[in-house]
Ligand binder design. Structure first.
Ligand code: AQP
Length: 335
């Protein structure tokens, strides 16, 4: 049977890239109704970089509220904080001993986030994708909806599962080879200031991204200021090649409206950004306004979010505990 797992870090306000690349697909998979969906706020990943302990619980609540505001239904899907379910950490240790150092060192996210002086990066930052594999395999998840930047980490997860199965699984596929679900024009949303860099929470410029909580005026202003070239929009998708910024804005419009880029260009090809940007701003505002309104409502009720997270952790643990127990037996841990 199908089982879906995904998560986001509580490291800042969620943005349109997180939404179109991942969250939107989380909701779609939940609403298909044929799979159990487990959506985690990965606070253990958030401490791989310098963090503020006092702010972390609030950031976890905010991420959970954003999931729900975007359409994740806590009655259907499991929503919980990673650090509340001990299987993640326990399985991560086992996987740290299954994964090879060379595999971890090849991860481009480590190369990027580790900065120039890798000697000073936390060891956790290096083994981050190993913990991610534990997140997924603690539930034997079959599918993981993510943005394109996570593709390499999902490959590592499969490598770890395959190696575990080979070394300890007695020829049985104890862990599944989990499939990433990376789909649609939203799979890689780029910065509004630089069409070659991904839209990211950690970009110093707030104008580089649209946050799920931005109000209508802010969204319109950021889109108006977004970097573009002076040419009108092309008539065909091929015409977007080598025009990173134009391609990104067309992609955002397509992802928001559920159209293909070709359909968007059929409508706007030949028109300048003076016409396209206000249309894009309207679509973005229309789409995000109900989400940010719901987010503000939810975040005001801390007790309710805490209740949802507590219940979610209980439900998650019910699934993960027997898988962890069996894994420990396979490994030969003391009982
Ligand atoms: N620009 C993006 N386009 C499409 N999908 C994206 N995702 C992130 N950025 C984009 C997807 O969002 C999910 C959550 O990511 P995360 O918070 O766990 O990790 P992240 O990659 O650290 O997110 P950010 O926003 O880019 O933060 P920083 O700046 O800290 O690196 C994932 O499914 C990811 O693919």
């Amino acid at each position: 049977p199908k089982r879906i797992f995904s998560g986001m870090q509580p490291t800042g306000r969620l943005h349109l890239g997180n939404y179109l690349g991942a969250l939107k697909n989380w909701v779609a998979l939940q609403d298909e109704g044929d799979a159990e969906c487990i959506y985690c706020v990965v606070d253990m990943h958030a401490i791989t970089m310098p963090h503020d302990p006092k702010a972390l619980p609030g950031a976890v609540r905010a991420a959970a509220a954003a999931y729900i505001a975007a359409g994740v239904n806590p009655d259907k899907s499991i929503i919980f904080a990673q650090s509340a379910v001990s299987a993640h950490a326990e399985l991560a240790w086992i996987f740290n001993c299954v994964a090879r150092l060379g595999w971890a060192e090849r991860m481009t996210q480590f190369k990027d986030k580790g900065g120039k002086d890798k000697e000073r990066a936390s060891v956790g930052l290096l083994t981050y994708p190993v913990l991610q594999a534990a997140d997924i395999l603690a539930y034997k998840a079959t599918h993981v909806p993510v943005g394109e930047d996570q593709k390499q980490h999902l490959e590592l997860c499969r490598d770890i599962a395959a190696r575990f199965n080979r070394d300890y699984g007695d020829g049985q596929a104890f862990f599944p080879l989990t499939e990433p679900v990376i789909q649609g024009p939203g799979a890689r949303i780029m910065s509004l200031r630089d069409g070659t860099a991904k839209m990211s929470k950690s970009d110093v410029s707030d104008n580089s991204r649209i946050n799920l909580e931005d109000d209508a005026d802010t969204i319109a202003r950021k889109i108006k200021k977004a970097k573009t070239d002076p040419e009108p929009l092309p008539e065909t998708v091929e015409g977007l090649e080598a025009r990173a910024e134009a391609s990104n804005l067309v992609g955002i419009y397509a992802a928001l409206t559920g159209k293909t880029k070709a359909e968007v260009l059929a409508e706007f090809g030949g028109q300048g950004f003076g016409a396209f940007k206000p249309a894009l701003a309207d679509v973005a505002v229309e789409y995000l306004a109900p989400i940010s309104q719901e987010f503000r409502r939810l975040i005001a009720d801390q007790a309710e979010i805490d209740r949802i997270l507590a219940k979610g952790a209980e439900r998650a643990d019910v699934i993960a505990a027997p898988i962890l127990k069996e894994t420990k037996e396979i490994i030969g841990f003391w009982h």
